[in-house]
Design a protein around this ligand. Structure first.
Ligand code: ZN
Length: 132
């Protein structure tokens, strides 16, 4: 398994990690299979969405923050319940098919690490699974 180190700088933000995943895939020189990307954190997440217009990530983040406000009626004593909820809503993993040695992402797709309780040092696990 490979790991990507991510240093987040804001309380909530999306960080494009597509190139880092690409680099790991190149190292394995695998033609066909699946690239499994996993976030081992309870207040962060991973998603795939548009990488052409940065305002898309801004809009997603804005509405997640609107739907799950930081100050709500939560019982979690650590005070970061909103981050846990957003982590569950977005999810902790994505799988991308690998075809002809490349991530089979759509033209406008990028892989995003989602920080919901930053800034922090984070990790992303990447597992390359070969299919015959
Ligand atoms: Zn917590």
């Amino acid at each position: 398994m490979d790991k990507i180190q991510v240093t987040t700088r804001s309380h909530t933000e999306f960080i494009d990690i597509t190139r880092k995943v690409d680099e790991i895939l190149e190292k394995h020189s695998m033609k066909e299979g699946i690239c499994y990307i996993y976030v081992p954190h309870t207040t962060a997440a991973i998603t795939i969405n548009e990488n052409a217009d940065p305002s898309v990530q801004e809009d997603i983040l804005h509405d997640l923050n609107r739907m799950v406000p930081w100050n709500g009626h939560y019982t979690h004593s650590e005070g970061n319940a909103a981050a846990h909820i957003k982590s569950t809503l977005v999810g902790s993993s994505v799988s991308v098919p690998v075809s002809s040695g490349k991530l089979a992402l759509g033209t406008w797709q990028g892989i995003y690490f989602c920080e919901f309780d930053g800034p922090r040092r984070r990790e992303v696990f990447v597992q390359i699974l070969k299919s015959e």
